[in-house]
Design a protein around this ligand. Structure first.
Ligand code: ATP
Length: 329
């Protein structure tokens, strides 16, 4: 994305036509650079109308992230967060990981949050990609500093899923479900993903960078890049929720869940997590890190978030690490 793209799109966000000359004048740039700034916006998942004699128009308005609005929605809790919004970044997790080195542990207990309008190199587990367009969802990360070591943080990605599911369900998406260990689904399609990256050692303290991507209204251009069945909130009930309000609700719930998790681990969330699990009591296949497969029936999760699978050989539990879970068709 060119540096002028976002200013031009912000100007076009009133849904009216604006001539190239008028945009150039308003932004103090040349007409040619306006035209250049809009080249390739389709790749960002946007449609911009260009009509000879009338100029440019953004037929579908974008809801921009607004720091002040998010802080307002956070209410009394706002001071607990250090919130930054960037126009574009490769990966919010990568940037926060760089900034939150374990060596920089300080007395500062505020929760660093980084959200971006456009994430150009979003990551999933094991080198997979998280695809998103400009302003088509929420892509953000937050830093949580645990006194515990990484070995006590098993179940963290499941607890984060509980926070997301709670918010979605209370925002009118009652069918929001979870898939072990870290996906959020609606109607069996992937709506959101999380990526948790830890710094520190087994005995602690540990810095957790928690990255979340949620699809609000994703264009076909972006959906075509996703190699599994995906959905967005707009497809569920025909309207896109208020992006800033949803972001604040997620931050509040995440902070609540992480505080609980810090004190009690995953155990208090276990029952609720199983209630949300899309594949509970279903036949599934686990793909193991060595490429082998294990089939069985899902029988809940343990106190540490490990998946319990009933196999011909009895019940076995699996830690999330590098394992992928798929429903057996
Ligand atoms: P697992 O079941 O092991 O978590 P996963 O395939 O869901 O496997 P993740 O690392 O959690 O893996 O997420 C990355 C995957 O999510 C990508 O490989 C892609 O299939 C899918 N994906 C990428 N972008 C999106 C998106 N915007 N919406 C839904 N799914 C996406």
């Amino acid at each position: 994305m060119k540096s002028l793209t976002l200013p031009v799109l912000r100007l076009l966000n009133d849904g009216e036509f604006h001539s190239g000359v008028a945009i150039a004048h308003a932004l103090g740039v040349s007409r040619a650079s306006v035209s250049l700034s809009l080249q390739g916006v389709e790749e960002l998942g946007l449609v911009v109308n260009k009509v000879h004699g009338r100029g440019y128009r953004l037929p579908e308005r974008l809801q921009w992230l607004n720091r002040e609005l998010i802080l307002t929605h956070l209410g009394q809790e706002a001071s607990a967060f250090r919130l930054e919004i960037m126009d574009t970044t490769e990966s919010t997790n990568s940037l926060l990981l760089q900034r939150s080195s374990i060596k920089k542990i300080s007395g500062d207990r505020s929760i660093s949050v980084l959200a971006t309008e456009l994430q150009t190199g979003g990551r999933g587990r094991r080198g997979r990609e998280w695809h998103s367009g400009l302003g088509d969802g929420l892509t953000f990360s937050l830093v949580w500093r645990f006194q515990q070591g990484a070995n006590l943080l098993s179940g963290l990605s499941l607890a984060v899923g509980v926070a997301i599911a709670r918010v979605l369900r209370s925002s009118g998406f009652e069918d929001a479900a979870l898939k072990w260990p870290n996906d959020v689904l609606i109607d069996g399609r992937k709506l959101a993903g999380t990526l948790i990256e830890l710094q520190g050692d087994m005995l602690g303290p540990t810095v957790a960078v928690i990255g979340i991507g949620i699809n609000l209204k994703v264009s076909d251009t972006i959906k075509d890049r996703i190699d599994q069945s995906a959905t967005d909130l707009y497809s569920i009930n025909g309207e896109t929720p208020d992006r800033n309000r949803l972001m604040a609700a997620l931050l509040l719930e995440l902070a609540r869940v992480l505080r609980d998790f810090e004190c009690h681990g995953f155990a208090p969330f276990r029952q609720e997590w199983v209630h949300y699990h899309a594949l509970e009591n279903q036949s599934v296949q686990l793909q193991m890190p060595d490429g082998s497969f294990q089939e069985g029936l899902v029988r809940g999760v343990g106190q540490d978030g490990s998946l319990i699978l009933n196999t011909p050989g009895g019940d076995h539990s699996y830690n999330s690490g590098e394992i992928s879970l798929r429903k057996v068709a």
